[in-house]
Design a protein around this ligand. Sequence first.
Ligand SMILES: [Zn+2]
Length: 239
Amino acid sequence: MTDKLYLKDMYLKEFDAIVTRIDGNKVYLDKTAFYPTGGGQPNDTGRLISGSGEFVVSDAKKDGEDVMHTVENPSALKIGDNVHGVIDWDKRYAYMRHHTAIHILDGIVIKSYSNGGIITGSQIYADRARMDFDMPDLNKDLAQKIIDDTNDDILRGRRVIVKDLTQAQALAMPSLVRTQPGVELIKRLSTVRVVEIEGLDMQMDGGLHVLNSKEVGKIVMNSYKNQGAHSKRLEIRLE
Ligand SMILES: [Zn+2]
């Protein structure tokens, strides 16, 4: 099982590890700070540096309990090699800021605007983030108001707290069991990682965040599309 350093320190940019398995251009390490694609957050990219050279990591994916790194031309790497990993931090930090922005916006929507509607999905990119809503009341003006409220809230400097709950603790949290799929998911997990925007929002989440809302900075509307009463798509980006 790969030791997932990115879950322990979301700000870790460099790390040392040992190569444990090589399968074509897929390289496995005993530990890693490379976030693998998941939960709407894209994988990290970066470099592995060893005594025999420098190798580009172009992708990272989950493989069971392991993280599988796609490495360009890894033929000079051997099992047992010590490597120094460096992630592309500017891109990762943009993912973290967008990710936290989405959770704050979710919290604002649920607190003040959902009117029975729900957020059906989201996707993070380095330069923007997308959210989909099944929210018949939503329109472009309301979306702008939600963004304005989100920006006001970001400035409050809320702490972002990541913690592991037991299944029983998670099932007792009203915000985590809003939907039946959420309940079903919790019932399959022994520990439930949650991300709390203190005083505003709590979600089951495996992704990476900034530790204070102020680090998000200001968000602006990138685009708004009405794709039907049950499908509204909002994109935001960092200013
Ligand atoms: Zn999330």
